[in-house]
Ligand binder design. Structure first.
Ligand SMILES: Cc1cc2nc3c(=O)[nH]c(=O)nc-3n(C[C@H](O)[C@H](O)[C@H](O)COP(=O)(O)O)c2cc1C
Length: 365
């Protein structure tokens, strides 16, 4: 199932960057879950390029729910969302030469699909395909909210500029979910925007680290070993183009700590178990502890840049120089943040359905 993720709740992705239509099929959601089309539109707006910090290809993302939703609710049948591509400019990709872009999937797609792949705009490997992922992800985010499971992501670091850490997680999540550029500290936000714009001005790009918090997850979700919360989330997060790393809790830095500093002590307040810290990111043994689920996702700088680069001409079989034209994001991380929320919601819906059955996601069960 190369383009499908999930067991009980699954998502299948299809389309190409410059094809007629891209889309996704979300299967396994219980009947009777509310689907709010305005919310899908809002989530898509958070992914849409804006200003000088993003690509000039601004697609309207006029999505259509063609199955699985009736009278504002899921029917239980597969939900298919279609999004037309309207602003592609394939002339940017018409050439006799084949010069794979360093850092992009052009080369590996050629190795795998032998030239039959659609190369225009990165084809099936394009970040454009994250639009339908966000559309179906919005259904999952909305369903989880009805169950008081709230997801929020901020740009923790970008171009060397650091945002403040999560403080009051619930409040921070609510603030972030209203923001087009998800940074908690306004000062850091301005500096990050300026740094991305400066990189764009130079024809270059920058990367960033996203930090996600999920509040309200019940304790005891996740399977031991292969379908652990960390395994499932890493699987789906690494599916997002440009993701180069995923860390839970203190991540790699926990290794510099002593056990006495890394362990999260426990206390009982009446019947409620609480933790004194959260170095392990709310997961132990692959299973949620009831503490906030926390992880970071590393996003590399956009591979398509407007500086001359070394590549090879695979048509003529000789070394070549590449100077790109076209439209590209000078940074991906700020747009990927809603993609991270979306795939997180999809993976959690799957895990929760495995734990409690698919009907659990229905508000009234
Ligand atoms: C929202 C989003 C937007 C992206 N925009 C671009 C872009 O404008 N130009 C580009 O070269 N790559 C862009 N990418 C990244 C490439 O799709 C990605 O680097 C490429 O497919 C290779 O995959 P890898 O980096 O995971 O190895 C984007 C990714 C995402 C998630």
């Amino acid at each position: 199932m190369k383009n499908t993720f999930g067991t009980n709740v699954s998502v299948t992705l299809f389309g190409e960057s410059h094809g007629n239509t891209i889309g996704a099929v979300l299967d396994g959601l219980a009947p009777g879950i509310r689907v709010d089309e305005d919310f899908i539109r809002f989530q898509l707006s958070l992914r849409r390029p804006a200003g000088h910090v993003s690509t000039g290809r601004v697609e309207p993302d006029a999505f259509q729910l063609v199955s699985g939703v009736k009278d504002g609710c899921t029917t239980g049948a597969p939900i298919c969302v279609l999004i037309p591509n309207e602003k592609q400019n394939s002339a940017d990709y018409e050439s006799e030469e084949f010069l794979p872009r360093p850092g992009h999937a052009d080369l590996t797609a050629f190795y795998k699909y032998h030239g039959f792949e659609d190369r225009r705009g990165g084809g099936h490997f394009s970040g454009r395909l994250t639009a339908p992922l966000v559309a179906v992800g919005a259904i999952a985010v909305f369903a989880l909210r009805q169950k008081d499971v709230l997801i929020g992501t901020h740009l923790k670091r970008c171009a060397g500029i650091v945002d403040r850490v999560f403080m009051n997680e619930l409040e921070d999540i609510e603030t972030l979910n209203e923001k087009a550029f998800a940074v908690l500290d306004e000062n850091a936000c301005e500096k990050m925007i300026a740094a991305i714009e400066a990189a764009a001005e130079e024809g270059d790009s920058v990367g960033g680290v996203l930090e996600t918090a999920v509040c309200g997850l019940p304790a005891g979700v996740g399977e031991p070993w292969f379908d652990s919360v960390e395994s499932m989330l890493s699987h789906v997060l690494f599916s997002i183009p440009a993701v180069k790393g995923v860390e839970f809790g203190d991540g790699f830095l926990i290794c510099d700590k002593k056990g006495s500093e890394a362990n999260d002590g426990m206390r009982l307040n009446g019947d409620t178990l609480t933790f004194l810290s959260n170095h392990n990111g709310g997961v132990l043994g692959g299973i949620t502890t009831g503490n906030t689920l926390k992880f970071c996702t590393a996003i590399k700088p956009t591979p398509s840049i407007f500086k001359e680069q070394y590549t090879v001409d695979l048509t003529k079989c000789e070394n070549a120089a590449l100077l790109l034209k076209g439209r590209h994001d000078p940074a991906i991380a700020h747009r990927a943040r809603v993609v991270v929320d979306s795939v997180t919601a999809l993976a959690l819906c799957d895990l929760l359905s495995i734990r409690y059955g698919t009907d659990w996601l229905k508000g009234d069960v």
